[in-house]
Design a protein around this ligand. Structure first.
Ligand code: PA5
Length: 428
């Protein structure tokens, strides 16, 4: 299960403002449900949960198992919504130092020539036993024209064809049903293709083949993930109070002059989840001078870098903690007869307990310092709960952005850097 704790933001919110925000949020939820808000043609991320496609899940699983058995390396080439969701789920649920299964690498999410050069060199280096690495590639781009991804794909595709006679079987593409340069390349080469439906935008696409194929290849149960989201969908269709309370709180805080939402976790495996949330929120709400700027923080590491600023800097912040309540891993502090490091007071305590006290202490300090705190809790970190969390965030941001009077599903501002870059590069 997931839950939300709003107790540490209440002291900062005017009750009447919260109630007003709640009322409007309820109306906006109905616009989402009835497809009567802005961008109704982009609500497919809800439809796929209303009517799950088990055949597609099975097809993705079968392919993932085949690739898992053969691959040493699986490269995901994509940017923004085309890779952040997969990375988030894989990081959250995979061991930090995996011994089994293909190594998942990412490309096409920036334009570093050094990165691509070193990636290709790494792929080309034989394994310790002298044999060739078995590499598979999934290029993901809804538009099929995104420069970062297209450039990486050009280099990696060439490398794949230079190195494997069956390269066309090792390259899988995920894109829209038609249009875009990627579809032309697929048609010319016969690569296997999965479709991202037109009515689902990139940052809402983690529960489509965009996210599900890489996640399955990482060995994660995509049915549990998917059906976690389905159960959240069903729950919130009946009773969305958890989402509405969260949205109304965030809105009331925004309207009280807050400018930034710091997404923070004490669990390093949730950094990717924070990154996914950062894009989902940032690209959806940052429009026409509005929105809370989502900032990603990893604690307790960042308490030793920007902690001072959070505690004592400009008071325009709110903080959203991602918290794991129960941990499967029990590492306990053992007694040291010398106690030279003075840590014996922690003897017998688990690292999870110590980390949870660090969270509670940080929240207490930040609230005292004037930072309203929200926490989203996973009772356990598993695929089902992550599925629930994904749908929770998607629904919450859609309602929130409708309240701001904007379209949550477009990103017109992203075009501006592209236009300037293309002009400077002399694109015809
Ligand atoms: O959410 C979005 O729509 C964007 O972040 C896109 O996912 C990102 O720009 C990549 O686009 P594409 O999948 O077309 O390459």
């Amino acid at each position: 299960m997931i839950s939300v704790n709003l107790d540490y933001s209440r002291p900062f919110i005017d009750k009447i403002k919260f109630q007003e925000a709640h009322k409007v949020a309820e109306e906006e939820l109905n616009h989402v449900k009835n497809k009567t808000g802005k961008g109704p043609e982009w609500l497919g991320w809800r439809d796929i949960l209303k009517d799950p496609n088990d055949a597609l899940l099975a097809e993705l699983d079968t392919l993932a198992n085949q690739i898992r058995q053969k691959a040493d390396i699986f490269i995901v080439a994509g940017i923004g919504g085309s890779y952040l969701g997969a990375k988030a789920v894989i990081d959250a649920l995979s061991p930090f130092f995996p011994e089994k299964g293909p190594k998942i690498l990412f490309a096409g999410h920036h334009m570093s020539g050094r990165y691509l050069t070193e990636l290709v060199e790494y792929l080309s280096r034989p394994k310790p036993d002298g044999s060739k690495k078995e590499v598979y590639l999934n290029v993901i781009s809804k538009s099929g024209t995104t420069t970062e991804t297209a450039l990486a794909f050009r280099i990696l595709r060439q490398w794949m064809h230079d190195n494997y006679s069956d390269a066309d079987k090792r390259i899988v593409c995920t894109t829209s049903a038609e249009g875009g340069a990627l579809n032309k390349i697929i048609d010319a080469n016969g690569y296997r293709k999965f479709v991202l439906p037109d009515d689902i935008g990139g940052r809402f696409s983690v529960l489509t083949p965009v996210g599900l194929l890489p996640i399955a290849i990482a060995g994660i149960d995509i049915r549990n993930l998917y059906y976690g989201a389905v159960s959240a969908f069903k729950e919130f269709e009946n009773d969305a109070s958890m989402v509405l309370d969260y949205v109304a709180t965030r809105l009331a805080l925004y309207h009280s002059g807050k400018a930034m939402d710091m997404i923070a976790s004490f669990e390093p495996e949730l950094a990717g989840m924070g990154g996914w949330m950062q894009q989902l929120y940032g690209e959806s709400e940052g429009k026409n001078g509005k929105g809370l700027f989502p900032v990603l923080l990893g604690y307790s590491t960042d308490l030793h870098s920007v902690g001072q600023m959070v505690q004592d800097g400009q008071r325009n912040l709110i903080e959203t903690f991602l918290v794991v309540d129960k941990s499967k891993h029990t590492l306990n502090v053992e007694a040291d007869p010398e106690d030279t490091d003075g840590l014996n007071y922690l003897t017998g305590k688990s690292f999870h307990y110590i980390n949870s006290k660090a969270f509670e202490g940080t929240r207490e300090a930040h609230v005292k310092g004037g930072v309203p705190c929200i926490s989203i809790h996973f009772d356990e970190l598993n695929a089902e709960n992550i599925g629930r969390f994904i749908y929770f965030c998607q629904l919450a941001i859609a309602i929130y952005v409708y309240y701001l009077g904007e379209n949550p599903f477009d990103q017109p501002g992203v075009e501006d850097y592209k236009k300037a870059m293309f002009r400077l590069l002399g694109k015809p």
